[in-house]
Design a protein around this ligand. Sequence first.
Ligand code: CA
Length: 222
Amino acid sequence: MRLLVVEDDRQLGPLVVKALRQEGHAVDLATSAVDADHDVRTHPYDLVVLDLGLPDGDGVTLCHGWRRDDTAVAVLMLTARDATTDKVAGLDAGADDYLTKPFDMAELCARVRALLRRPTGARQVVLRAGEIEVDVAARLVRRSGVTIPLTAREFAVLHYLLTRAGEVVSRSELYDHVWDGDYDGLSNTVDVHVANLRRKLDRPGAASLIETVRGAGYRLGG
Ligand code: CA
């Protein structure tokens, strides 16, 4: 999944980014309201971690603007300790959840996982496709009960295809949801990861779990 962290605190921002990258997500960082608004309107983020107090604006106004413009991205708001009015304003502005500072990084990651499961019916804890079972919380992939080791990026590609099961997903959509803005990849990056996934997931001689749709992209299931 692709995430944006909006946090102007020079220590906290990079720490949150690091923790979420360790969960296997593609994560960008914005340190101002202007940058955050631009990023959310430019990239198809799956979730935004949004600090309320920013040097050039506030998170409530940002979130309200995104909701007004029908931006469906999940929003986890970071609020100051005991500021109940902030929490209320944040939720009223369309935030999905909030976390009070200071917070535990493990709790932040757990809330992000919960939010990423929530928006569509497809975001269940365990996703299945054929013989493949993906435990999103534990980040484990099994085939007929046997664990298949995947890299974080391979897992992210598989997870995204599963959340869109039955639909054709273009290479650029996959790229946008799995790789962050810092990544300066090659044009065949997506294809290489799909090829590696097939090698690990498919049984020799059997049809591939991930179907290539000529000229359009990839489809898993359906
Ligand atoms: Ca702040």
